[in-house]
Design a protein around this ligand. Structure first.
Ligand code: HDD
Length: 666
């Protein structure tokens, strides 16, 4: 059923599938749209050709500047529902009414790459949610990593300049594997903790549907009585948090650069609606100074074991956009978009963000009226005395556009706080003006080490691989050395391993921060594992047994497991069973598991690669007794975990649910 936002968007949606006369933008029906107006059929085009000029001018202006960060993104509509009223903490209406479904729009993104870059690069992912509430739009503009690289917004341009392709040659695209990033890392060690996350599997999400979201900053919740609690926001994916393997991610970047958006789009089209639960970590004001970190520091997490995440609601994405430009490209988010009951903390990174997001839209969306673009407009009434400007779509009738006025009864009027008017939290501030970093923000290494302490052996190996790949890509020896020296302050062994792999000196000094503290919630191995919507590549030939394939498909469907039949050329097994995908069009990297039912002997190189890649990426590899001898001609070792001769679908699915068999020896 359409919600308020759907209905609002519908009123401006043009159904281009309907019969319509082709006209100019002035409504003039045209008799011809293939030929420009020329002096003779071999002559020059005439300046008079207004139709040509209008069509060409519009085309010439179709593009808008891409976002300076988070350019590559994909969005969808959905709804948020609340499990229990939170009046003890906040007066925000959408966090108090369990009967209401609040419309949302979410845009996921990579950060560094430009608009056309591959999606499976090693990078942070943006996770921005707009709640269209009855009290105005509330934007939770987060990432899939709970901390940030810097502590003060004034350094954001420096960070982004270091991350983006180097200016002299515009290389590399969409990643931090280059000198300027690692120079920044060493010179600005506050980035150490977040870099531990970005070098881990967290920066390679398998899909948008399987990543967590974090508001990162500490915000405030404020209740009716004006009492404030500190809060951190979390999105927990119902399917669990799952990632790709680096080698696999690199292959997918070539095989399908749209891997993540296609997954989101197709899941929603199929009705496999992605879901996340909203979690809150709530702290009373009295507890502000009770931790071994500063709760305002955005380079620190509040370990979930110390401040539990309270699950309060669920978001479901259930509708793809009708037009990617109009909706996903033109949507704008800002952490400054809040509603009564939510407020800011003094986190200096957040404070600067409150300025940057609306400022950037003036360039990107061409003026100050971007809030009138349908995807950005609130679903509640909005009125003030702001007027005119580029792309003004509203016709403001009446004489007055100033506050206070007597002519129009001082309309639009302000609203008392008790009736829902916003007022900022009455925080008392008594301080000197300074440009400085708080002493309490100066521990850059304890939580970086805590992150390392929380990883499993496989995750730690991937982290070392990530550092070795990225630092190894640097061309300047002193940059490599400084990066390794900085890692030495986190962990001597990690620095040693990376130093050897990137050709830097092993640091002699024992500088590592001493802490055994761990936060098990940080490890993705402790996540939810479900069969729902996992995908299996089922390899068949034209001689495969139709009944066997049909039974398997039924068993998969019963567990909500998706599959694709793949053969070395398109074949028709039966009227209902057509194999359209081949080893030319897909690859095992695009699936969660592999099941080889039949194959022609000897194994053709593309299928051999298909099987060996699935094995190398720790996926479940199943095979029928018929193809068992062929498996022996590959690098797959049959006695390893997650490799199975399949007798029943059940036996295969029991392994598939594990997703990655990290203890497999390759
Ligand atoms: Fe930002 C976009 C998330 C720090 C300035 N940011 C942007 C988007 C996300 C984030 C998800 C994409 C929104 C969309 O899909 O349109 N940014 C974050 C997080 C941060 C963060 C989680 C740290 C906790 N950002 C940050 C700082 C600044 C900015 C410190 C500047 C002071 N961010 C921007 C921006 C962007 C943006 C330049 C680019 C496009 C846009 O805003 O609309 O203003």
């Amino acid at each position: 059923m359409a919600n308020e936002k759907d209905k609002q968007l519908e009123s401006v949606t043009v159904d281009t599938t309907q019969e319509a006369a082709l006209t100019t933008n002035q409504g003039l029906k045209m008799a011809e749209d293939e030929f420009s107006l020329k002096a003779g059929d071999r002559g020059p085009t005439l300046l008079e050709d207004f139709h040509f000029r209008e069509k060409m001018t519009h085309f010439d202006h179709e593009r808008i500047p891409e976002r300076i960060v988070h350019a590559r993104g994909y969005g969808a509509h959905g709804e948020f529902e609340l499990y229990e009223p939170l009046e003890q903490y906040t007066k925000a209406k959408f966090l108090n009414d369990t009967s209401k479904k609040t419309p949302v729009f979410v845009r996921f993104s990579t950060v560094a790459g430009s608009k056309g870059s591959p999606e499976t690069v090693r990078d942070v992912r943006g996770f921005a949610t707009k709640f269209y509430t009855e009290e105005g739009n509330y934007d939770l503009v987060g990432n899939n990593i709970p901390v940030f690289f810097i502590q003060d917004a004034i350094k954001f341009p420096d960070l982004v300049h270091a991350v983006k392709p180097e200016p002299h040659n515009e290389i590399p695209q969409a990643g931090t594997a280059h000198d300027t990033y690692w120079d920044f890392f060493a010179q600005n060690p506050e980035s150490t903790h977040m870099t531990m996350w970005t070098m881990s599997d967290r920066a390679l999400p398998k899909s948008f549907r399987t990543m967590e979201g974090f508001g990162v900053h500490t915000f405030r919740l404020v209740n009716k009585e004006g009492k404030s609690h500190f809060v951190k926001f979390h999105w927990k994916p119902k399917l669990g948090t799952h990632s790709l393997v680096w080698d696999e991610a690199q292959i997918i970047a070539g095989k399908n650069i749209d891997f993540n958006r296609e997954d989101l789009y197709e899941s929603i089209e199929k009705g496999d609606y992605p879901e996340w639960e909203l979690g809150l970590q709530i702290l009373s004001e009295e507890d502000e100074f009770n931790f071994d970190f500063d709760i305002l520091d955005p380079t620190k997490i509040w370990p979930e074991e110390e401040v539990p995440v309270k699950i309060v609601g669920k978001m479901t994405l259930n509708r793809n956009v009708d037009n990617v430009f109009a909706e996903t490209e033109q949507v704008m988010f800002s952490p400054a978009h809040i509603v009564p009951g939510i407020d800011f903390s003094n986190d200096p990174l957040l404070q600067g963000r409150l300025f940057s997001y609306t400022d950037t839209q003036i360039l990107r969306l061409g003026g100050p009226n971007f809030h009138q673009i349908p995807i950005n407009a609130p679903v509640c009434p909005f009125a003030n005395n702001q007027r005119d400007g580029l792309h003004q779509h509203q016709i403001h009738k009446g004489m007055t556009s100033y506050h206070r006025n007597g002519i129009n009864n001082n309309n639009p009027h302000t609203t008392p706080v008790e009736d829902g008017g916003f007022e900022s939290y009455h925080e008392r501030i008594d301080a000197h003006k300074v440009r400085a970093r708080s002493e309490s923000f100066k521990d850059f290494y304890s939580q970086a080490k805590m992150f390392l302490n929380s990883l499993t052996e496989a995750e730690r190996k991937h982290l070392t691989d990530g550092f070795s790949f990225e630092i190894g890509k640097c061309k300047l020896d002193f940059v490599k050395q400084n990066a390794v020296n900085n890692l030495n302050k986190v962990d001597k062994k990690l620095a040693e391993e990376v130093a050897l792999r990137v050709g830097a000196e092993v640091p002699a000094a024992d500088e590592e921060v001493k802490t055994d503290k761990a936060s098990p919630a940080v490890s993705m191995e402790n996540t939810v594992k479900k069969l729902d919507t996992l995908s299996v590549a089922v390899v068949v030939t034209e001689n495969s047994d139709v009944v066997e394939v049909e039974t398997l498909i039924k068993d998969f469907a019963a567990h909500k497991v998706n599959y694709k039949l793949i053969a070395n050329r398109p074949v028709k097994l039966s009227e209902g069973l057509k194999v359209t995908e081949t080893f030319d069009t897909v690859h095992s990297t695009l699936f969660d598991g592999l099941l080889v039912l039949d194959a022609e002997a000897p194994l053709a190189p593309p299928l051999k690669d298909f099987i060996e890649a699935a094995n190398r990426h720790y996926k479940t590899v199943g095979y029928s007794s018929r193809v068992a001898p062929l498996i022996d001609t590959t690098s797959v070792k049959k006695d390893q975990p997650g490799i199975i001769e399949v007798s029943t679908a059940e036996s295969y699915l029991n392994l598939l649910v594990v997703q990655r068999h990290w203890d497999r020896v390759l």
